[in-house]
Structure formats: structure tokens, C-alpha cells
Design a protein around this ligand. Structure first.
Ligand code: 6PG
Length: 252
């Protein structure tokens, strides 16, 4: 596998300046992709951190991206209805999708309406492979132009948790997994490292002192962290940028 590039680390005084910088980088990445390929494929992260970023994109940067050329995917989803408080789709709909002119056919949510998590994962895998397949050759060397990721205090990212056998998955792009017992919604669907590491760009957006320790371990001890934390196993051929506020970066 091609050697991954060293991550770029960008830290900001507070969460507002963090989100502004991340939004501007998303705009730049989107415009470059659309300029080059006529489309921008973005996999959204879940959880609570990106809510403010998505709201900012929908308000302050709405006219800076040709949204009709944007395709939205999800890096992971909880196996709950789309109107459930824990749904990552619901978060994105409320903060971003409902406020922007994104054509419905450009929305590619994880199909949690299917009767089992395994069928949901298999269906999403098929959709991704069809979407990213290079016509004629059928190869799928790269996936998303940009994958947005968060990180848990335990070093998980998307719904990839330490010790899960799915971390060794090299073929499949999507898997049904169960989060550790400490998590409210355990049944989840997630992109595998194989899919994430085929992305052109990966942005981690992390804020808050609670993440400081794990961020420090990941960024300062890549070797050890790379064996422990799924977030440290994200090593695409493309660019990785960590957007951190001062608290997550270990500042005051
Ligand atoms: C999810 C996310 C997950 C999230 C981290 C951080 O579905 O929960 O994809 O990986 O990014 O758990 O969550 P917070 O932003 O809420 O701290």
C-alpha cells in the first residue's frame, strides 16, 4: 500500500475559529473537486461536534459551493430510524441538508430502513461501489473527495472501535458493527478503514479538552497509537488534516 503522508495539524483558539477554518477548507476542497471532476463527494461524520460546522456551512458558506454538484454520503450511521435523536442523518438534515439546494438524488444516506444491519451494510457497499466505479475498467482506486471524521475519547472514529475485528477488514467498504456496551446505540453501520483510506482527503474536526489525551497520543506517538486507536489507523494515500481547538490540542 502506498505510504501515507504525515498529517497536517492545525489548531485554533476556540471552536468558532476551528469551525470557520474547517468550513473554508471544505469549500476549497469542494471547489477544486468540482473544477476537476464536475462533482464533490463528501462523507459526513456523525456525533455532536460537526453540528456547528454543518450549520456554518449552510449559513455562512452557502453561496460558495455549487451544491447541485455535491454528493453527500455518511461515514457511519446508527441503526435507528432517520427521525431518531441518535440518527446521524437527522443531524445532517437539520443542520445542513434542509437549508441547502442539494438535489435529493445527490443524497446517499445509509439505508437503515432495511430489515437487518447486515443487509443495510451490504446495500450501502453496493451503492458505493457502483457510484465510485471507474467506467469501463471497473476499478475503484479512490473513494470520496473528502471524508469528515470525529474522534471519541477512546480513539474510535466513524463507528470503528478499538479491538473490533472489522479493523482488519481489507475487502469490504461497509460493515455492520456493535459499539461497546457504554454506548447508547450499539448497532451501527460504518465505513471500514479500507474505504476511508481510499479517500483523497480526510479532515478530523476535534474540539474539547476531553479529547486532548487521545489526540496527543495519536499525533505524538503514531507507531503505538496506530496499533491501538482506529483514528490512528486512518492513513489514506491522500491528505489528512487535523482541525483542533486549543483545548483538544492541549493548549490552555
Ligand atoms: C458517531 C460518529 C463518531 C463521532 C465521535 C465523536 O456516529 O458517533 O461518527 O465517530 O465522530 O464519537 O463524537 P462527538 O463529536 O459527539 O464527540
Amino acid at each position: 500500500m502506498a505510504k501515507s503522508v504525515k498529517p497536517e495539524i492545525r489548531s485554533y483558539p476556540d471552536v468558532d475559529s476551528l469551525n470557520k477554518a474547517a468550513a473554508e477548507s471544505i469549500v476549497d476542497t469542494a471547489r477544486a473537486a468540482i473544477g476537476e471532476k464536475g462533482r464533490f463527494t463528501l462523507a459526513l461524520s456523525g456525533g455532536s461536534t460537526p453540528r456547528a460546522l454543518y450549520s456554518l456551512l449552510a449559513s455562512g458558506y452557502a453561496d460558495q459551493i455549487p451544491w447541485a454538484s455535491v454528493h453527500l454520503f455518511w461515514g457511519d450511521e446508527r441503526y435507528v430510524p432517520k427521525d431518531h435523536p441518535e440518527s446521524n442523518y437527522k443531524t445532517a438534515y437539520q443542520t445542513l441538508i434542509s437549508r441547502l439546494p442539494i438535489p435529493p438524488q445527490n443524497l446517499h444516506p445509509i439505508p437503515i430502513e432495511l430489515e437487518t444491519p447486515e443487509k443495510t451494510a451490504a446495500s450501502y457497499e453496493g451503492r458505493l461501489r457502483e457510484f465510485f466505479q471507474i467506467p469501463k475498467t471497473g476499478e475503484t482506486s479512490t473513494t470520496f473527495d473528502l471524508v469528515l471524521l470525529g474522534i471519541g475519547e477512546d480513539g474510535h472514529t466513524a463507528s470503528l472501535f478499538s479491538g473490533d475485528p472489522v479493523l482488519a477488514e481489507r475487502g469490504r467498504w461497509v460493515a455492520a458493527v456493535r459499539a461497546p456496551p457504554t454506548y447508547q446505540t450499539r448497532q451501527r453501520i460504518t465505513l471500514t478503514l479500507s474505504a476511508i483510506n481510499k479517500a483523497e482527503n480526510v479532515f478530523f474536526v476535534v474540539s474539547g479538552a476531553a479529547k486532548k489525551a487521545v489526540v496527543k497520543q495519536i499525533l505524538e506517538d503514531r507507531e503505538v497509537a496506530g496499533r491501538l486507536y482506529p483514528a490512528a489507523m486512518v492513513r489514506p494515500k491522500g491528505r489528512v488534516v487535523w482541525f483542533l481547538d486549543a483545548e483538544a490540542a492541549g493548549g490552555s
